[in-house]
Write a protein that binds this ligand. Structure first.
Ligand code: PFF
Ligand code: NA
Length: 434
């Protein structure tokens, strides 16, 4: 049970609440949503299962897992990509976590004073509502210190409690806000943009949205970085991997879609359109709403507090990748490993916190590509190195439906999905005329 809570905690985070609305807005709304949902089902769920199989089979971190299961040091080296990905992820995620933390602290402060309005920027520029200043650096470091303290303390109990509080709270807040948002002026235009599944637009944009949709699907499901490998090394043999993978995907998608039902009506109500707010979309829409809501400061405090929890349960899973690598493979002590990696990310994150263009590159194309390459590696490993052992692991602890699905699944992860992911990677890199 602890495992599933940790995995849900890793999946549900800023990817759902901040990145999903932003990337959806930037890629045209409903056509993107449809492609994204299809990828979650067809690539995401089988992909989580691939990482689960590697993790439970080996009981190790990604580097140790690939080396031990294959008996080859070369695969271990390939697995080190995860370590790099973990550092890259945390280097921007902790900046965004810092923005959230700042909004939380400032709503808290404003509770006793004038109200939230003065703290939240007005709509206008691409990065509106967020700041690339020394404040952003300070809050990034604060967020990172919180992350490091949790990882340092040993994460089990903390994540379990955190996720148990965070999931119901976030659902409650998002549902409440979605209902309120539906009554705001111009909300209908938001739904139209987000939910009008218009096939002509889909056909016209299909290849443009493929790369970003795949990137968002992997990011939001915590796939391709080895987090799910690491967490799955703790799953008992009695648990059904297909069941757990599906549960995580469903919960995670639900939170994302719900966040869209808050952000899009509000965004259209505030700015009249969706596309130009960029990474500030969440802040422009929701912070503007809190300024108008009755008891807005109170709700703002609750909201940003809960989103901070959601962000922390994801950021610890990012930090855990390089830390468990250093501890398991090089026998670093846990405090030294945590301190070393966090120290590095203080620097890389601070650069991101000050440079919008770099931030945009890391938070988008860089991380998308690393996750895509990472997942390709894991899935090829499952298909071509583990082979029938993977089928065996897939079936362990599950019922007859899983038995039936296991062979098609192996074909999908060994051939079809890697092929598809290479295609999305090339298309987002703008290569091969795709
Ligand atoms: N899935 C997390 C989110 O949606 O916020 C982000 C994430 C966590 C991505 C861990 C990758 C990862 F390994
Ligand atoms: Na997510």
């Amino acid at each position: 049970m602890g495992f599933i809570l940790a995995a849900v905690g890793s999946a549900v985070g800023l990817g759902n609440i901040w990145r999903f609305p932003w990337v959806t807005a930037e890629n045209g709304g409903s056509a993107f949503l449809l492609v994204y949902l299809a990828i979650v089902v067809l690539v995401g769920v089988p992909g989580i299962l691939g990482e689960f199989v590697i993790g439970r089979r080996s009981g190790r971190n990604p580097v140790g897992a690939l080396r031990e299961l294959s008996g080859s040091r070369t695969w271990g080296l390939v697995g080190m990509l995860s370590v790099l990905t973990g550092v890259a992820l945390l280097s921007f995620y902790s900046v965004v976590g810092g923005w959230i933390l700042r909004y939380f602290v400032e709503s808290l402060v404003a509770l006793g004073t004038a109200g939230p309005a003065p703290y939240f920027a007005d709509p206008g520029s691409y990065y509106d509502g967020i700041a690339f200043t020394t404040d952003a650096v300070l809050y990034h470091v604060a967020f990172l210190v919180l992350t490091a303290l949790i990882v340092f303390a040993g994460i089990r109990r903390g994540i379990e409690i955190g996720t148990k509080v965070m999931m119901p709270a976030i659902l409650l807040l998002l549902v409440g806000l979605a209902v309120w948002a539906s009554q705001q002026p111009n909300a209908a235009a938001g739904y139209e943009f987000y939910l009008s599944f218009d096939l002509a637009t889909l056909r016209a944009n299909f290849f443009d949205v493929l790369g970003p949709a795949a990137g968002q699907a992997l990011f939001t499901l915590s796939l391709g970085a080895g987090t799910m490998v690491t967490y799955a090394s703790y799953i008992g043999d009695d648990r059904s991997l297909p069941f757990d993978a599906t549960t995580i995907a469903v919960l995670n998608t639900f939170v994302g879609v719900l966040a869209g039902l808050v952000v899009f009506p509000l965004l259209f109500s505030v700015t009249g359109e969706a596309g130009s707010s960029g990474p500030g979309a969440l802040f422009v829409s929701i912070a503007g709403a809190f300024a108008r809501l009755p008891a807005g400061t109170l709700i703002a405090t609750a909201f940003f507090g809960v989103v901070t929890l959601a962000a922390l349960s994801s950021s610890i899973s990012m930090l855990e990748i390089p830390v468990s690598f250093l501890v398991d493979e090089f026998e670093f002590s846990r405090p030294v490993a945590v301190g070393g990696v966090a120290g590095l990310v203080v620097v890389t994150g601070s650069v991101n916190a000050l440079r919008p263009a770099l931030f945009g590159f890391v938070a988008g194309p860089l991380v998308d590509s690393l996750l895509t390459i990472g997942l390709i590696v894991f899935l090829l490993f499952v298909g071509w190195v583990l082979g029938v052992d993977a089928v065996d692991e897939f079936r362990r602890g599950s019922g007859s439906l899983a038995n039936t699905l296991s062979t098609p699944w192996l074909l999908a992860v060994g051939v079809a999905i890697p092929f598809f992911l290479v295609f999305t990677l090339l298309s987002s890199l703008g290569l091969g005329g795709i």
